[in-house]
Design a protein around this ligand. Structure first.
Ligand SMILES: [Zn+2]
Length: 207
């Protein structure tokens, strides 16, 4: 473990389904840090161009300027020495490198806050978020309201037919659902790999 400053870094993860207020919570924490005159840098993956190229924006239109990056390593290169707080939105769109990068930044004394989906549209853990949850000092699970029954929702229901893991789309393509109302295989053929993946026990991947 390397310690370059006496300041203690940390990792916070904000995770949950779509429409659960992850980005809002991220923006809230980053704004508070700015009010305390801490230096904040914000990143998001270039894949997510839903709302704005240069901002992280919540569904309720809160926004904060951010830098688009195409890889986790780009974050490591871009974080400046005097930065106190690093915010990363849409963490699930990065590869496993994000885990190493976030850990490194925390060891350098930065407070790192990552927001992202915990599960994909089949209810499977969405890498690299599960690993980040494991190494984080603090985890917040945000929850939405089930758009079918009004209960507490933890799942993201895809409403359009697609077998792509990532469909960056309009709000109308997804809704928040509770465990009881979640239908991961809606629009997916029973014999398909997606169907089998959704009906398998949550797999523990090792190497
Ligand atoms: Zn429900």
């Amino acid at each position: 473990m390397e310690r370059h400053t006496t300041e203690s870094g940390s990792i916070e993860v904000i995770t949950g389904s779509m429409f659960s207020g992850k980005s809002e919570e991220l923006i809230r924490r980053l704004r508070r840090a700015r009010i305390a005159r801490l230096k904040v840098q914000i990143f998001k993956p270039a894949i997510d161009d839903r709302y704005s190229e240069e901002h992280i924006v919540s569904h309720s239109e809160m926004r904060m300027e951010s830098r688009l990056v195409t890889s986790a390593n780009e974050i490591l290169e871009a974080v400046e020495a005097d930065t106190n707080v690093v915010g990363i939105d849409e963490g699930q769109f990065f590869d496993q490198d994000l885990v190493r990068v976030v850990d490194r930044l925390a060891n350098l004394g930065k407070r790192v806050i990552v927001a992202g989906l915990d599960m994909d549209y089949l209810g499977r853990p969405f890498e690299p978020m599960p690993l980040l949850l494991a190494i984080a000092e603090d985890v917040t699970k945000t929850r939405a309201i089930c758009m079918q029954c009004g209960g507490v929702a933890s799942y993201t229901q895809r409403l359009i037919e697609s077998h792509e893991r990532v469909v960056v789309g309009a709000t109308g393509s997804y809704e928040a659902r509770c465990r009881g109302c979640f239908e991961p295989t809606a629009g997916v053929g029973e014999g398909s790999a997606d169907y089998q993946a959704a009906h398998a026990e949550v797999a523990v991947e090792g190497d």
